[in-house]
Design a protein around this ligand. Structure first.
Ligand SMILES: *Cc1c(COP(=O)(O)O)cnc(C)c1O
Length: 363
């Protein structure tokens, strides 16, 4: 069966091989007589699935020993509260606002600690990342939050800032929901990274948190136990029932990533895909992407038609051509092509071919 190409921002396309693998094991996982959904999270079968997934993601992303990997629930939006509950110690937290998600994070954290916006790209129209040298970081922040890939705006940090060099001793917290496992991570610059699985890792319902051990154990008294990083870490993510199906599916995706050649190989492919799409948009007089080239997202590519009255026709034609879920987020309008790890180069090429044909029709 030839499946269409799915450009959803999330929940997003998964590799067909992974879906087929899960389908084949649906009723009977490895002769256990059970579906993974039906297993005790404390039984030897599921523990082996969990341990393999943890080991694989640690290997793929080269996560150092001093980081705990937590498999949680609650999503990226949940973490907007869970992070300050665990890390703020009642002090303030700094936020670099680069788009919709970081703005949302700052607002939510304000319920649990005082917040300070160290930089904000709103005035410049959310097209660029404010230079780190201009960030007004606090001297006493408990952490500094960035969203390193703004899924809605299509802005990505291609390099993580060195907070020490900017005069801050605070740990860096990064929301990596929409580019997790799309590229390598410089862990020496990170204190905590979190992300929901449904963009690049697996089905919705699983949230991954990578947290440096020294940041554990400072939760506010009001922090719910089920979201206390220390309790979760001590229980190997089994303080309460973890999202077992999500962990299993993520594990299959990690195996798939290893078979693709690991993160370096997938990062290279992601660069090629993004270059193909952006270079087509840039040479076109019909489509436009307004993000500064140095901080364009390799995962989420928003673009506008110069003639917005053509939007509905563009989407209908795309759907007919087997190109799904290209409608942009309602806050920015236009189109958005999310080209996560599971999107092959052929899918991006098919999109470019369709866009070229549609542009010609308008002439
Ligand atoms: C999707 C997304 C979120 C929200 O995730 P939920 O799982 O819906 O809570 C947060 N941050 C970023 C960057 C996202 O892309």
């Amino acid at each position: 069966m030839k499946r269409p190409y799915n450009f959803s921002a999330g929940p997003a396309a998964l590799p067909p091989e992974v879906l087929q693998h899960a389908a084949a094991e649906m009723l009977d996982w490895h002769g256990s007589g059970m579906s993974v959904m039906e297993m005790s999270h404390r039984g030897k079968e599921f523990i082996s699935i969990y341990e393999q997934a943890e080991a694989d993601v640690r290997e793929l992303l080269a996560v150092p020993r001093e980081f705990k990997i937590l498999f949680m629930q609650g999503g990226g939006i949940g973490e907007n509260a869970v992070v300050p509950l665990n890390l703020s110690r009642g002090q303030r937290a700094d936020f670099v606002v680069t788009g919709s998600w970081s703005r949302k994070s700052a607002k939510e954290a304000g319920k649990y600690c005082s917040t300070h916006v160290a930089a904000d790209n709103t005035e410049s129209g959310v097209t660029d990342i404010p230079p780190a040298s201009q960030w007004q970081l606090s001297s006493d922040a408990s952490y500094v939050h960035l969203c390193t890939n703004e899924t809605i705006d299509g802005i990505e940090f291609h390099e993580l800032p060195d907070l020490k060099a900017l005069g801050s001793d605070a740990p860096l917290v990064v929301d990596i929901s929409s580019h997790m496992a799309s590229r390598s991570v410089d862990w020496s610059r990170v204190g905590l990274a979190f992300g929901g699985a449904q963009k690049n890792i697996g089905p919705a319902g699983l949230t991954l948190v990578f947290v440096r051990e020294d940041l554990l154990g400072h939760a506010l008294p009001i922090c719910p136990s089920a979201f206390n990083y220390k309790l979760i870490a001590e229980a190997d993510s089994m303080y309460n029932t973890p999202p077992t199906w999500g962990i299993y599916m993520a594990g299959l995706v990690f195996q798939w990533l290893k078979a693709q050649g690991g993160i370096a190989a997938i990062e290279h492919r992601n660069k090629t895909k993004a270059e193909l799409l952006y270079s087509y948009i840039d040479q076109s007089s019909f489509y436009v992407n307004r993000i500064a080239p140095a901080c364009r997202s390799r995962m989420n590519v928003p673009f506008l038609l110069r003639d917005e009255s053509r939007n509905a026709d563009f989407l209908a034609g795309a759907h007919k051509a087997g190109l799904l879920q290209l409608k942009g987020h309602k806050s920015v309008g236009g189109m958005r092509a999310s080209i996560y790890n599971a999107m092959p180069l052929d899918g991006v090429q098919a999109l470019v071919d369709y866009m070229r044909g549609f542009e010609k029709e308008q002439a």
